[in-house]
Design a protein around this ligand. Structure first.
Ligand code: ZN
Length: 394
């Protein structure tokens, strides 16, 4: 029986709710049978000191009930009983990515939604990589995973890492999604991962997306229409986006200018039009209203189109990666602190732009203080389903 709701919002109740959510993501991966469930329940209430199921406030009680339901469903699916796979099935929430502990015992200040995984050892360098490194004036050897992890830990920032599968268009082998998942699993305190598929691989791409999310525990899909050579609103790719919508994962899609191929004959054959917000992202978002789309980068030379789409479509967001903040077009900076403050996300485009540099320059931008944590962390936490799992600053 839930207690009165009047205490919701008071420090103590908020603390308890967060403890629940926090507990939630930790315990889900450890419960194997009914005994574990009982044990978990006891330690949960033990941790809440004096709290019983009866005197929980209503919201916390609802949360607790949901947790129990999820645990039961997990037990059922483990014992081999059928559960439906429709998008609204509760058991759908039991995917590995939602079961693994994500937020550890530290306060995360920011989430970098856009970081490229260092090339898997043994794979040949991407054909376009050399040109990009030159364009971004990067000297020396590329970072390895250890160096990347060290960089993010030092600034209390989580990074969403991914590769790009553009094999059909470029002939380059992507870093496998399995490798992205392994890398994340080795550093869960600081990394999350998105899968990538080559849309031009058709049905195989749809299957690989499903496997990446439900099997490997990745949390989103990374696409690059220019490198992959496809128009996102071309109906032949609708099954891929319907699958992403069904899996309830965000799609992060390159938008605007691309550095790859610049100053080479024919721009390396890459066509910028694939990444134009209107009509391609706008139409896609209209046809898949349940699909969360993140337009990666200020979409120059179509900044106004990008702003219009993000303003008009609740399911479209913008990441500010790939541009050192001091060069981000003023119009977008103004909107990011104003009408689009809940639609804009921090992204660096690591390793091409260092998250350290990005965050330093972001401080200098003329953006209201209230909008900063939204852009740096909270908007991404919402998209990634991490709300309530952030450890509260005491
Ligand atoms: Zn990028």
């Amino acid at each position: 029986m839930p207690g009165s709701d009047s205490g919701v919002g008071s420090c103590e109740n908020v603390r308890k709710q967060y403890q629940f959510w926090y507990f939630d993501c930790r315990v889900m991966s450890n419960i194997r049978d009914e005994d574990d469930l009982k044990h978990t329940r006891n330690s949960l209430f033990g941790a809440l000191g004096g709290t019983t199921e009866e005197n929980l406030c209503a919201r916390t009680h609802a949360r607790y009930s949901l947790l129990c339901l999820r645990i039961l469903l997990q037990l059922r699916s483990q014992s081999g009983q059928h559960h439906q796979t429709a998008p609204f099935c509760w058991a759908h929430k039991l995917r590995p990515d939602r079961l693994t502990p994500v937020w550890q015992e530290k306060n995360m200040k920011a989430i970098d939604i856009h970081a490229h995984i260092p090339r898997m050892p043994g794979l040949p360098e991407y054909g376009i990589e050399r040109g990009l490194r030159r364009m971004f004036r990067m000297g020396g050897e590329p970072d390895d995973v250890a160096k990347m992890v060290e960089t993010y830990r030092a600034i209390d920032t989580m990074a969403v890492i991914f590769s790009v599968d553009a094999e059909t268009e470029t002939g380059d082998l992507p870093d496998p999604n399995d490798y992205v998942a392994e890398t994340v699993a080795a550093h869960p305190d600081v990394l999350m991962g998105f899968g990538t598929v080559d849309p031009r691989k058709g049905g195989a791409a749809v299957e690989e997306l499903e496997r990446s999310i439900t099997g490997l525990g990745l949390r989103g899909l990374k696409l690059h229409p220019i490198h992959q050579g496809f128009f996102p609103d071309d109906p032949q790719f609708a099954p891929l986006f319907s699958k992403a919508e069904e899996l309830d994962i965000p799609v992060l899609m390159h938008s605007g200018y691309a550095a790859a191929g610049a100053n080479t004959p024919g721009g390396g054959g890459f066509q910028l039009a694939y990444s134009r917000p209107i009509p391609h992202v706008d139409s896609l978002a209209a046809r898949h209203p349940g699909l969360t789309i993140i337009m990666a980068h200020p979409a120059w030379p179509w900044i106004q189109e990008q702003i219009a789409v993000a303003l008009h479509k609740p399911n479209v967001f913008i990441d500010l990666s790939g541009w050192a903040p001091r060069y981000i077009p003023q119009e977008l900076v103004r909107e990011a602190g104003g009408r689009l403050r809940k639609k804009v996300l921090f992204g660096s485009d690591y390793p091409y732009i260092s998250p350290v540099t990005w965050l330093e320059q972001f401080e200098q931008l003329d953006i209201r203080d209230e909008a900063r944590p939204l852009i740096l962390r909270d908007n991404a936490a919402g998209i990634l389903g991490l709300e309530g799992r952030l450890k509260l600053e005491s």
